[in-house]
Ligand binder design. Structure first.
Ligand code: DHB
Length: 395
C-alpha cells in the first residue's frame, strides 16, 4: 500500500533551510510537510560548523525558534587574521555595528526541530525522497519510508532543501550537476579536541605552511583545521604532526588535549544554474555550495528561504506568481556575493600547491590591504557579519 499525503508545500530535507521555511510558512497559515531520510538523533547528533550572522539570528529569535538567552553567550565581536608573523583583529561592532554568533548548525537544528514538534508538525523522519514528479494536481514527492513502505506527497509546491546531493535538482534541470562549478587544490584537515579554548576569538591564519583555523565549540571542545591535500588519508598523520601543523599557523601557544575526531573536508564552489521549474524551487545547499572559509553556507540558506517564504506567502495571499517568477533573480544576488566572498577568503588565506614567490608576496600584500586600512577592514567585516537580507517581510 502506498501512503498518500497532501499538503500545500512539500519540503524535501529537514536541514536548516527546510525547517526554517516550514516554520515561516506556518506563521502565515501555510501548511507544509518536511521529510528527511535520517532519524532525529542522526540530524541532531552530527556535529557541524556554523557561524550565524546577526540577521539570521534575528530571524531565529524573533520568530520563536531560538531564545535570545541561548544565542547571546555565543556572540563573537571579532576575528583575528594571523599572517606575516603578526595578528590583526577585525572589530565587528566598531566596523559594522554588528556581531556574529558561533552557533553550530546542529544546535540550530535542535531548536528548529523542537519548534516544529512544539507547533504540532513534526518532520517525517526516515522518509527518503526518490524523485519529484508532476502529479495530476501539482508536483509530487515519491519515495519510501524506513519500513519500506512507498509514499506520495502531493503538493501545490515542492521545495528541494535536500542538500548538496539533492534529488530535487533533477526535476528542475534534468541533472544533478548542471551548474557553475569550481574545485580547489586543497581541503581542510579538521579535528575536534577535548581542551579549553586556545583563543577567545577565531583565528584565520596564512603562513608559508598553509592555512590554519582555530575555532571552538564550547568551553570543553575545540575545533581546529589545517590546510591539506583534499585526497589525503585521514589516518596518515600522527597527533604530534597534527599539533605541529596547527601550531605553525598561530603566534600564541595552542592548548592541546585528546583529539577525538579527525576528518578531511573537500572544497568546492557550486551554483545550480536554475532554482525553479514550474512549482518546484531549490533552496540552501541544493541550490549552491560554498567552500567553508568564512562560514557563509548556513546564512546563505537563510537568505534563500526568506525569498522563497516571501514568494509563497504572496502567492497564497494574492494568487500572484510574480515573486515566484523573480525567485532565482532575487536569491542569486546574495548567492553570488557569498560565492565570491567564500572564494576570496579561501584564495587569500590558502597556499596553492603551485604558488610562486610572486603569488606569495602578492597574497601577503592583499592581506595587508584588508587589514591596514579602515576601508579594507570594513569590507571584510561587512561580508563576515552578513549583508542585510533583501526579503525582510518574514515576521
Ligand atoms: C568554523 C568553520 C568555518 O568554515 C569558519 O569559517 C569558521 C569556523 C567552525 O567549524 O567552527
Amino acid at each position: 500500500m502506498t501512503q498518500k499525503l497532501r499538503t500545500q508545500v512539500g519540503i524535501v530535507g529537514s536541514g536548516p533551510a527546510g525547517l526554517l521555511l516550514a516554520h515561516l510558512l506556518q506563521r502565515a497559515g501555510i501548511d507544509s510537510i518536511v521529510i528527511d531520510p535520517r532519524t532525529r538523533e542522526d540530524i541532531e547528533g552530527t556535529v557541524k560548523a556554523g557561524i550565524l550572522e546577526s540577521p539570521a539570528v534575528e530571524v531565529l529569535v524573533e520568530t520563536g525558534v531560538s531564545t535570545r538567552e541561548r544565542v547571546e553567550p555565543m556572540k563573537h565581536d571579532g576575528v583575528e587574521f594571523h599572517f606575516d608573523g603578526q595578528a590583526h583583529r577585525f572589530d565587528f561592532p566598531k566596523l559594522t555595528g554588528k556581531s556574529v554568533y558561533l552557533f553550530p548548525q546542529h544546535e540550530v537544528l535542535k531548536d528548529q526541530i523542537a519548534a516544529r514538534i512544539r507547533d504540532g508538525v513534526s518532520p517525517l523522519f526516515g522518509y527518503t525522497a526518490e524523485k519529484v514528479v508532476d502529479g495530476p494536481n501539482g508536483p509530487m514527492i515519491v519515495g519510501k519510508n524506513d519500513t519500506g513502505e512507498a509514499f506520495e506527497i502531493e503538493a501545490d509546491f515542492v521545495v528541494g532543501a535536500d542538500g548538496s546531493a539533492s534529488i530535487t535538482r533533477e526535476y528542475v534541470t534534468g541533472s544533478k550537476t548542471s551548474g557553475f562549478f569550481r574545485e580547489y587544490p586543497f581541503g581542510w584537515y579538521g579535528i575536534l579536541v577535548e581542551a579549553p579554548p586556545s583563543s577567545e576569538e577565531l583565528i584565520y591564519s596564512r603562513s608559508d605552511d598553509g592555512f590554519v583555523l582555530i575555532s571552538t565549540r564550547d568551553e570543553h571542545i575545540q575545533r581546529m583545521y589545517f590546510q591539506c591535500d583534499p585526497n589525503m588519508d585521514v589516518n596518515s598523520v600522527s597527533d604530534e604532526q597534527i599539533w605541529d601543523k596547527l601550531q605553525a599557523g598561530v603566534t600564541s601557544e595552542l592548548k592541546r588535549g585528546n583529539i577525538f575526531r579527525k576528518d578531511v573536508l573537500k572544497f568546492r564552489s557550486y551554483v545550480h544554474n536554475s532554482l525553479r521549474k514550474n512549482r518546484v524551487l531549490l533552496a540552501g545547499d541544493a541550490a549552491h555550495t560554498v567552500p567553508p572559509t568564512g562560514a557563509k553556507g548556513l546564512n546563505l540558506a537563510v537568505s534563500d528561504v526568506l525569498w522563497a517564504n516571501r514568494a509563497l506567502r504572496e502567492f497564497y495571499r494574492t494568487g500572484s506568481e510574480h515573486l515566484l517568477d523573480s525567485y532565482q533573480e532575487d536569491a542569486y544576488k546574495r548567492i553570488w556575493k557569498a560565492a565570491h566572498y567564500s572564494y576570496m577568503m579561501t584564495t587569500m588565506l590558502h597556499l596553492a600547491p603551485e604558488a610562486s614567490e610572486f603569488d606569495k608576496q602578492r597574497q601577503i600584500a592583499e592581506l595587508y590591504m584588508y587589514t591596514q586600512s579602515e576601508a579594507g577592514q570594513k569590507f571584510i567585516a561587512e561580508g563576515y557579519v552578513g549583508w542585510e537580507y533583501g526579503a525582510d517581510d518574514w515576521r
